[in-house]
Design a protein around this ligand. Structure first.
Ligand code: ATP
Ligand code: MG
Length: 171
């Protein structure tokens, strides 16, 4: 399943933060039945880590959120839930993900947020959602696609929140 791509303009870093924070809770709730995987696409510096950091802050996480550039994986416990933040830029082979023990960590209540997901193809679970960030003027565009029913439900939440935050929808 793949619904329409929905895109918004994020004029500045605070807009990325506000939207990510607003939609973090519902994403976790949707992972209760089945773990979720969010593929974060976009070139270097486009906002993938910023999104995950703001999401975690929105969930009440108060510790430091560092980019998993070298560790590949940073796990976060938030209440009953786990967020697994991956950055696969430096992964040379998807098999390395098996060494990390990713499969054993994924269970209901887990949300995987993976930067550079293409490099883990075959080992990383199929994404429920894709968030593709790109540069647009001084700001960013985020294009979101859902591939599962849970992903589509979350996209509805995002659309409502984006509208409440007065973020311009793009074609
Ligand atoms: N909507 C926005 N408009 C302008 N700048 C933004 C916006 N959102 C985030 N930024 C800025 O863009 C940069 C994004 O860096 P970030 O580390 O999140 O990128 P990344 O996509 O994770 O890159 P990498 O692939 O290197 O991990 C930060 O400096 C952040 O403040
Ligand atoms: Mg990053």
């Amino acid at each position: 399943m793949s619904g329409p791509v929905r895109s918004w303009f994020l004029p500045g870093p605070e807009d990325t933060d506000r939207l990510a924070r607003a939609v973090a809770g519902p994403l976790l709730e949707l992972s209760r039945e089945r773990p979720l995987c969010v593929a974060l696409e976009g070139e270097l510096g486009s906002g993938k880590t910023s999104w995950v950091r703001a999401m975690l802050q929105g969930l009440g996480y108060t510790g430091r959120v560092v980019s998993p550039t070298y560790t590949l994986l940073e796990p976060y416990s938030v209440g009953d839930f786990t967020v697994l933040h991956l950055d696969l830029y430096r992964l040379s082979d998807p098999g390395e993900l098996e060494f990390l023990g990713l499969q054993d960590m994924v269970c209901p209540g887990t949300v995987i947020c993976a930067e550079w997901p293409g490099r883990g193809r075959g080992v990383l679970p199929e994404p429920d959602l894709e968030l593709a960030f790109s540069y647009q003027g001084e700001g960013r565009r985020v294009a979101m696609s859902a591939f599962t029913a849970a992903g589509a439900d979350w996209l509805e939440v995002v659309a409502k929140q984006a509208s409440m935050l007065h973020l311009p929808a793009l074609d």
